[in-house]
Design a protein. Structure first.
Length: 338
């Protein structure tokens, strides 16, 4: 995949689609951590060493409070790429009022404190009391007569399965409705600590959903490794494990994204695209969600898998480096330098 060619495509291919994203939301507050002398602690390693050395107090400097959550971040990315984006989330907080695309709230958001270090963010989350009990009927209630239309958009992105106890059941009910759906992208969130039984039930539900949509499971390397272990699919060095996982789950595609590359297994074969090396600010929180948004935009627009993976990489790395959500033009300029 040629990033220069992708830059040209971003400028010339004006494909726009309809995207529906659901169901989470969080209020994210970002902090820098300082020692008692006022010096910033710039790495997780240094922070851990201070704690291990019995340091018992630190100062924090709040830098930003912003809309967050996997669904919100994904929706912001698809909107920035020009898609007609509709977000159904847990958005009952004024911080979400500034989102400049269609939104509907299904309850109170989570609260996330993000401590920023140069070698990776450290997050502490306080969950929403309403999220675990969420169901598909909550989405239907706020979508009204547009419920089926929203769930048969060009791309439907469902995220953060780990925070919703009833989401597997919601996927089962969605499959049973028999919609004539298009692309369905699921990013489960950090499922690495989830027990085998619910993880297996999720995979079974995705397999059933394939009769309604072209289902793509997108996760990072640790999450894919967890799925491989739970489903007794052997890990390999040549990428064939992704293909085996896709066949085991019975869906259109499986994507593994990370710092160095993004890879996919589909019915048409396996694809690997090197990532763009990010520098600068290195804001990692929300970057994987931007990958999901870029991937969904590319696939819904009918792009080849390599270009869709490359776009996901660009969206993620741009956010890591700048802390911003890339537009078509800013991403094209970023690709020019890749």
């Amino acid at each position: 995949m040629d990033y220069a060619g992708l830059a040209t495509r971003l400028r010339e291919d004006q494909s726009r689609g309809g995207v529906t994203v659901f169901p989470d939301g969080s209020v994210d507050t970002f902090y820098e951590v300082h020692d008692n002398g006022g010096d910033r602690i710039d790495s997780r390693v240094a922070f851990g060493e201070r704690i291990a050395d019995d340091a018992d107090s630190f100062a924090v400097d709040r830098s930003e409070r912003k809309p967050g959550g996997q669904a919100v971040n994904t929706a912001r990315q698809t909107h920035a790429l020009g898609d007609e984006t509709r977000l159904f989330g847990h958005l009952d907080d004024p911080v979400f009022d500034g989102l400049d695309f269609e939104t509907a709230s299904m309850g109170a958001p989570a609260s996330v404190s993000v401590y920023e270090f140069d070698d990776g963010d450290l997050m502490f989350a306080e969950g929403s009391e309403e999220m675990p009990d969420w169901s598909l009927s909550d989405l239907r209630a706020v979508a009204g007569d547009a419920f089926e239309a929203r769930l048969t958009a060009d791309a439907v992105c469902c995220v953060n399965w780990v925070s919703f106890d009833s989401m597997t059941g919601a996927l089962d009910r969605l499959a049973s409705r028999g919609f004539d759906g298009g692309l369905f992208v699921l990013d489960p969130g950090d499922l690495t600590g989830v027990r085998a039984d619910p993880t297996t039930r999720l995979c079974d539900a995705l397999g059933d959903l394939e009769a309604t949509y072209d289902v793509v499971l997108s996760a990072n390397g640790d999450e894919i490794a967890h799925l491989l272990r739970v489903l007794s699919v052997g890990e390999t060095d040549d990428g064939s494990d992704l293909a085996d996982l896709r066949e085991r789950v019975g869906i259109a595609g499986v994507v593994r994204h990370g710092k160095s590359e993004a890879a996919a297994a589909t019915a048409d074969g396996r694809f690997t695209v090197p990532n763009v090396k990010a520098g600068g600010k290195r804001r990692q929180t929300g970057s994987g969600d931007r990958f999901t948004g870029g991937l969904a935009h590319g696939l819904a627009a009918g792009w080849e898998w390599e270009d869709a993976l490359g776009l996901g990489n660009l969206c993620a790395s741009f956010h890591v480096e700048t802390g911003e959500t890339g537009t078509r033009e800013s991403l094209a300029e970023y690709a020019d330098r890749a």
